[in-house]
Design a protein around this ligand. Structure first.
Ligand code: PEP
Ligand code: MG
Length: 691
């Protein structure tokens, strides 16, 4: 054995290019070469770039180098020589070019839930898709390992081509990073770990690559040295490429550390639904608005969230320190120590979605003039079912069942769905639960291959169901069977007119007949229609004559009435819930339901904002459904007002010409009538017209 001690003297430490040169030199010898940090924190194999980088050896780090083998003396001398020549870095890196600005950076977006979180960035690439675990038969394990090796080879060819181009177009100095990527791919540690994982866990190659990649990445995110930590994003790149080549799909999300803040351009609701909430504490996205599904889910899960941050994603790296302040709709990247101190106190304050906010009151709320208002729960995930009781909801007004499909392309079996519907019925109790048929398509479409040009106007909701009747039939059967165990209804999403309703009803009726003839236990259910597009609103009387109840989806009603994409931050100034056209649509829909003597449940986000809920009462609504945690707040306000007064305000609003006029009216009227219930900050802002 030969060994020596030395110190890292090069300015950027043992960074990717230096490590690449070290691997090259070390690999020329038969002897093993080990690097140990003298502070005892880590040890690395000098022939593995991944291993070297996890040493996080910045300038000034003391190392011991140990060589063992037939040519140990020569090997040691060669490595020591390389260290003394600062790793032969002939093309010096200009410090400013590669060191990122770490000054505090504040960005303003829209806070869509409560809370303040101090954490670390975890970047999720747009279009990221989930990797699923599959159990591989013993006999197929070798084929799985071959598949992985083939993906490595393909990735290598791609990277070589990219490197050639970078060299030609940008010069060698810029292409070196792809050398490092290539070395990651060739690294025996990576390939060995993945192949071992496949064999040991009988896992598919995708899952094995993800687990091994995540492990590496989580080591990187904890490195203190800013420059070295950034190499984590190189590993992220390589792993994403490998996974993409393995699956032919998009990139995946990496492992999660404590207090992770997911930063992304946009997030699929299904991705949020699958996050490990023990680790993820907040999300910050470039796109999105108050009624985007990702915002709705974040609120439902009590996740702190700021959306609409425009180009924030590009400014971050995984591992960067960050503060997310959803109350102010602000994110702070690289917060200064004073800022962190200021926020530490606030970050501990519980938000209203925490356990303390739970209440004992349940059942309908009665207004001062004796009108009973039902307050129901909107739920998306089985983890939220418990909240239905915790917050005193009158059952479930809307179960957005499509979140069962969070694993893209993976359909839950009839039996699996049956279990979920049974448990939502149990959670809902005597008031029952309204299960929405899958509202997929639109912003849910994660697969680039099937993404439509204009998804919100595309094969969404009932249209998707009618085109994929097998999926629809499975869901309907599962609901009908579960209805034998508890009170359930079905609502058909996004119907455009009576024709959509009839087509869907026919499928449901056929499944009823089939279950009957099979003698399977089931119960018939009430069938309702979601009124959320202008054509349905304008023909609401006709639809009301053919269904058992309405659900009014104000989120989509605003989107489609005003032709404003609900998830597009660029047009968020045009997304005006208090637009007179929207209020007219609500009033008309409620009137049509009353005329046909059927109930109407308002289940868009509007119902959960106390001032808007009062207006809804004024427009005739007596049945509201919202995120469970927001029920106590709405309950408290509605128990202190008179519907008669709300009606007077609503009538004035209906006569207004613009959204600003309505907002102004609401502020003035509410201030005059209910000053204690609605202090200025609890009232809708009077937004300027978009310039
Ligand atoms: C709505 O559109 O208001 C609604 C309740 O459904 P979703 O938000 O899921 O589209
Ligand atoms: Mg909707």
């Amino acid at each position: 054995m030969a060994e020596t001690k030395l110190q890292v003297t090069s300015r950027l430490g043992l960074h990717a290019r230096a490590a690449a040169n070290l691997v090259r030199v070390a690999s020329q010898f038969q002897s093993s070469l080990t690097l140990q940090r003298l502070d005892g924190n880590a040890e690395a194999d000098a022939k593995s770039i991944l291993s070297i980088l996890t040493l996080a050896a910045s300038r000034g780090t003391d190392l011991r180098i140990i060589a063992r083998g037939v040519d140990e003396e020569e090997a040691l001398n060669a490595v020591v020589g390389l260290f003394s020549r600062d790793f032969d870095e002939t093309e010096k890196i200009e410090g400013e070019k590669y060191s990122r600005v770490t000054r505090e950076l504040r960005c303003q977006g829209l806070g869509v839930s409560d809370g303040i979180v101090i954490g670390r960035v975890l970047r999720l690439q747009q279009g990221a898709r989930d990797v699923y675990r599959a159990q591989i038969a013993e006999g197929d394990l070798e084929r799985e390992q071959r598949r992985f090796r083939a993906a490595v080879r393909l990735s290598r060819r791609q990277l070589e081509a990219i490197k050639d181009r970078a060299e030609k177009e940008l010069g060698r100095g810029h292409a070196y990073i792809f050398d490092a990527h290539l070395l990651f791919l060739q690294d025996a540690k990576l390939t060995r770990d993945v192949e071992e994982y496949i064999a040991r866990e009988r896992s598919n190659a995708e899952w094995a690559a993800k687990v091994v990649g995540d492990r590496l990445l989580s080591i990187y995110t904890q490195i203190n040295d800013e420059y070295l930590r950034e190499r984590g994003s190189d590993i992220e790149d390589v792993i994403q490429r490998l996974l993409a080549n393995l699956t032919g799909e998009g990139p995946k999300y990496p492992n999660l550390l404590e207090n992770a803040v997911i930063v992304s351009t946009d997030l699929l609701p299904s991705t949020i639904a699958e996050l490990n909430l023990n680790h993820v504490k907040a999300i910050a996205t470039d796109a999105g608005g108050w009624t985007s599904h990702m915002s709705i889910i974040a609120r439902g899960l009590g996740l702190t969230a700021v959306v609409g941050l425009r180009d924030f994603y590009e400014r971050t790296r995984t591992g960067d320190p960050i503060i997310v302040d959803a109350r102010r709709g602000e994110v702070i990247l690289h917060p200064a120590p004073e800022t962190v101190e200021q926020y530490k106190f606030a970050a501990h304050k519980p938000g209203p979605t925490t356990a303390e906010a739970k209440v004992n009151e349940c059942g309908p709320v009665v207004t001062l003039d004796g009108v009973q208002i039902a307050l129901r729960a909107n739920v998306e995930l089985p983890t939220e079912f418990q909240a239905v009781n915790d917050f005193g909801a009158c059952g479930v007004g809307l179960f957005r069942s499509e979140f069962l499909l969070s694993r893209a392309g993976l359909m839950n079996s009839e039996d699996q769905q049956y279990e979920v519907y049974k448990s939502v019925a149990q959670a809902a109790g005597e008031h029952g639960a309204i299960v929405r048929l899958f509202d997929v398509g639109g912003e849910f479409a994660s697969d680039a291959k099937v993404r439509e040009r204009n998804p919100a106007l595309g094969l969404r909701a009932v249209r998707f169901n009618l085109r994929h009747k097998d999926i629809m039939r499975t869901q309907v059967r599962a609901i009908l069977r579960a209805a034998a165990e508890g009170r359930l209804s079905i609502v058909i999403p996004m119907v455009a007119d009576v024709a959509d309703v009839r087509l869907a009803q026919r499928v449901i009726a056929e499944e009823v007949e089939r279950l009957r003839s099979e003698k399977t236990a089931f119960a018939e259910v009430q069938i309702g229609a979601m009124i959320e597009v202008p054509s349905a609103m304008l023909t609401a009387e006709k639809i009301a004559a053919e269904v058992d109840f309405f659900e009014l989806g104000t989120n989509d009603l605003v989107q489609y009435t005003l032709a404003v994409d609900r998830g597009n931050d660029k047009v968020s100034d045009w997304f005006r819930t208090l637009h007179p056209a929207v209020l007219y649509g609500i009033s008309r829909t409620v009137g049509a339901a009353n005329g046909a003597n059927i109930p109407v449940v308002v289940c868009g986000e509007m119902a959960s904002t106390p001032a808007y809920a009062v207006l809804l009462l004024g427009l005739g609504a007596v049945d509201l459904s919202m995120i469970p945690a927001l029920i106590p707040r709405v309950r408290s306000v509605l128990s202190q007002i008179k519907v008669d007064e709300a009606r007077e305000v609503a009538l004035k609003c209906l006569a207004a010409a613009t959204a600003e006029e309505v907002e102004e009216l609401v502020r003035n009227e509410f201030k005059a009538r209910w000053p204690e219930l609605f202090p200025p900050h609890a009232l809708p802002k009077v937004s300027e017209s978009p310039q």
